[in-house]
Design a protein around this ligand. Structure first.
Ligand code: SF4
Ligand code: SF4
Length: 306
């Protein structure tokens, strides 16, 4: 186990040679350590959410430091306020970095993209999936070049309360605007290019992941949603189609349903059959037949005419 001459408390910094160095800026500490030696790769930073260090991972910071990483123990980045100086520091950070949070990797990446802190070559790992420091260190060493010698360990402060908001998987989002039309609380806005962005995340209702169920691309993630791994952003998963949420979408927005062609607020027609997509009562055509029957008849005529 590595000793940390500079201490290991909130402001504790252990540098190479045991010389703490740095000063405090807006709640986080600027670390003043020499960089890598000429010809060596840049020393990677490892950001670890300190509250996620379970007892079995207690030695992880020291092991990573021994392995050559500059370890930064940080508050939970999902809960970090939008205006936190730590986001600015992460956006300005150069060189390789790994982010170890108790979240699936997709929402970690989405969160960092939101704050311009994601770059090619950065790595996001779900700390919940690991219980042995050695195997995690080996995984990281296999994924990035690390210069010789020890790194450092420091604690970066930043007030973090509890937050709840969606993050967007940019690789899936097509900017269709459905989430913006659906949300009643102004969480989303359209920019000048009609692209959806999360403008007011803290207006989201805690515990509710409703819009993730109507996104046609499965692009919306609520990283803390424990009841459904797909909604929490598990790799390769998509939230299951949710008929009730789709009906709520059409009721709220009044948009035209691609299945039955109706638009506007659903009228009251007790006992009438309803559209399976939007939930609006079907409009009965002459003879008691509904629109779908008429459409199917038209299709049959077309086929017969070929
Ligand atoms: S509903 Fe999904 S795909 Fe459409 S804009 Fe929102 S996040 Fe993007
Ligand atoms: S969960 Fe509800 S309040 Fe939150 S962003 Fe989605 S629609 Fe809006």
């Amino acid at each position: 186990m590595l000793a940390f001459p500079g201490g290991f408390g909130h402001q504790g910094v252990a540098g190479r040679g045991g010389e703490p160095a740095g000063d405090w800026h807006g709640g986080w500490r600027r670390i003043l350590f020499p960089g890598s030696f000429v010809g060596e790769p840049m020393r990677p930073s490892a950001f670890i959410v300190r509250e996620a260090l379970r007892p079995e991972l207690a030695e992880l910071p020291g092991r990573l430091c021994e392995a050559g990483f500059d370890v930064r123990l940080v508050p939970h980045l999902y809960h970090l306020p939008e205006e936190s100086a730590l986001w600015g520091m992460l956006a300005a950070l150069e060189g390789p970095a790994v982010f170890l949070l108790p979240l699936h990797p997709r929402p970690i990446e989405a969160l960092l993209r939101r704050h311009q802190a994601w770059r090619p070559g950065r790595v996001a790992l779900d700390l919940r999936a690991w219980d042995q420091p050695e195997s995690l260190v080996a995984e990281l060493r296999s994924r990035m070049a690390v210069p010789s010698g020890h790194g450092s360990v420091s604690v970066l402060e930043g007030a973090a309360g509890l937050r709840w908001y969606p993050v967007v998987d940019e690789e899936r989002c097509t900017h269709c605007g459905s989430c913006h039309q659906f949300c009643l609380f102004g969480v989303y806005e359209l920019d000048e290019r009609k692209r959806v962005r999360i403008a007011h995340p803290d207006r989201c209702k805690p515990g509710c992941p409703a819009c993730s169920r109507i996104c046609p691309q499965g692009a919306l993630m609520f990283p803390l949603y424990a009841k459904d791994a797909a909604i929490a952003g598990a790799p390769g998963q998509y939230p299951k189609p949710d008929a009730a949420a789709r009906k709520m979408f059409y009721a709220r927005t009044g948009l035209t349903c691609p299945a039955c062609g109706q638009a506007g607020k659903p009228g009251a027609r007790p006992g009438a059959p309803v559209c399976g997509e939007c939930g609006r009562p079907r409009v009965a055509a002459a003879g008691g037949r509904d629109e779908l029957d008429a459409l199917l008849d038209g299709l049959e005529h077309l086929q017969e005419g070929r």
